[in-house]
Design a protein around this ligand. Structure first.
Ligand code: IMP
Length: 423
């Protein structure tokens, strides 16, 4: 009864969507367990490109059940639009299940997200996706959130929605911010609720029955471990547990069922939004990675910050996630470089450390300690086996795997399904 978890080990955008698509060939159920439509999972199949925000990446494998778990915050209008778009492109959306317990995101959460960002002093702005993620998780923790199950009783749902919307409008008014049009917002939410109702179910039962029946289950993480609310670079994080532990609570599955954890790791590092990034390259080398790697956000289109591989942050990430197997992505982006750098330690106040500091401000001050490796200066895009990789590429991979104490199982050398092979 394999229950695998797949998470991103860095600050997101590691290529999880593509990996999930590859791994789901023999999977019965894919379960998203946290986050919301702040995520953007890109999958390229043949000449078609898809960007998923809420629907699990198992949707491209016919018959694979796609569960949107209780740990998510779901914008019902976005989910409806995403499902309709997938349907129009010929995919079977009847395999989608939305947890009764998932919390909902409404327009007032998005307005509050934008307001919080605008009101934050410089240096405190998070650079959120403005999808309302933080305010929706705040409502959940404050026990005033609205869950998907409430969409099944429209009269009750409307009452709660309006009460909440009015409360939020008072806050907006107090800040001199534009208020939302509650009637117009309700009409859109109602249409989405009617559309989504047939898909709402107790997914915890689905997942546990499947686990007991020995089905193959893949729990799909979004964002990356360094954006985890507890273990990431707080407060420059997202509002959920993006680490493997989050799969148990966010999918409703007990730890005893988990068989392995896949860590998806880009061959270099990127980050979107604010927050410390010790190996960031603010020069032509960073611009080159952004251009060659097409490093622009799949959800917001924002340019991603790019830098060298950070073994300190990645080792910490592999530790807290218990990564068994690594999938290294975007190796091909490094093809043209003469020299590669790997950050093996940080220098803090003249002291060398291999540990990730828990003080986020300190992380802003650290100096990365680099070691250099020669590049391979040839294309890897058509390579389909580990031993056909250039020797310097293999040395690079072996070095980073050694530094993070995990085993490389998959390598990806391009965005297409077929540009992936086992190590
Ligand atoms: P939020 O999740 O929209 O609240 O944003 C919080 C932080 O997480 C910001 O720095 C975002 O840029 C970042 N973030 C959220 N989702 C993603 C993602 O899917 N990939 C990369 N960064 C993300």
């Amino acid at each position: 009864m394999p229950v695998n978890i797949l998470i991103g080990t860095q600050w997101g955008d590691e290529g999880k969507g593509k990996l999930i698509d590859v791994l789901t060939e023999n999977t019965d159920i894919v379960v998203r367990f946290q986050g919301g439509n702040n995520a953007g999972h890109t999958v390229e199949i043949g000449d078609k490109k898809y960007v998923l925000h809420l629907v699990p990446s198992g949707i491209f494998r016919p018959g694979t059940l796609c569960v949107i778990g209780n740990g998510l915050v779901v914008d019902p209008i976005s989910l409806m639009e995403e499902m309709l778009d997938l349907k129009a492109r010929g995919l079977d959306i009847s395999v989608i299940q939305l947890s009764t317990k998932a919390h909902l995101i409404f327009e007032y959460h998005k307005l509050a997200d934008a307001l919080n960002e605008a009101a934050s002093a410089s240096g405190r702005k998070i650079g959120t996706t403005k999808r309302g993620i933080g305010p929706a998780y705040s409502d959940k923790a404050a026990r005033i959130g609205i869950r998907a199950i409430q969409m099944q009783n429209l009269a009750e749902f409307e009452k709660t929605f309006r009460e909440q919307a009015v409360k939020y409008n008072c806050i907006f008014k107090g800040h001199g911010a534009p208020e939302m049009d509650v009637d117009a917002a309700w009409q859109k939410v109602k249409a989405a609720a009617e559309f989504l109702n047939p898909y709402i179910t107790d997914t915890v039962l689905t997942v546990n029955r499947a686990a007991r029946a020995g089905k193959n289950i893949l729990c799909e993480g979004a964002q990356g471990a360094l954006l985890d609310i507890d273990h990431g670079t707080y407060p420059f994080v997202t509002s959920s547990n993006t680490t493997s532990g989050g799969a148990c609570t966010g999918a409703g599955i007990a730890p005893k069922y988990i068989t392995s954890v896949w860590g998806v790791m880009k061959a270099y590092t990127t980050r979107v939004g604010e927050g410390p990034f010790p190996t960031e390259l603010k020069d032509a080398a960073g611009e080159n990675l952004r251009k060659v790697g097409n490093e622009y956000g799949a959800t917001t289109g924002r340019p991603r910050r790019c830098g060298w591989f950070d073994a300190v942050a990645s080792r910490y990430s592999c530790m807290i996630n218990g990564v068994d197997k690594l999938a290294i992505t975007k190796l091909d982006v490094l093809d043209g470089l003469d020299e590669l750098k790997i950050c093996t330690a940080y220098e803090v106040d003249g002291q060398i450390t291999e540990d990730m500091p828990s003080d986020t401000r300190a992380l802003n001050e650290v100096k990365p300690v680099y070691e250099s490796m020669p590049g391979w200066k040839c294309s890897t895009a058509d390579v389909r086996s580990y031993y056909d990789l250039p020797a310097n590429a293999r040395k690079y991979l072996e070095r980073i795997a050694g530094l993070v104490s995990a085993e490389i199982a998959i390598i990806s050398v391009g965005p297409k399904r077929e540009q992936t092979f086992m190590a």
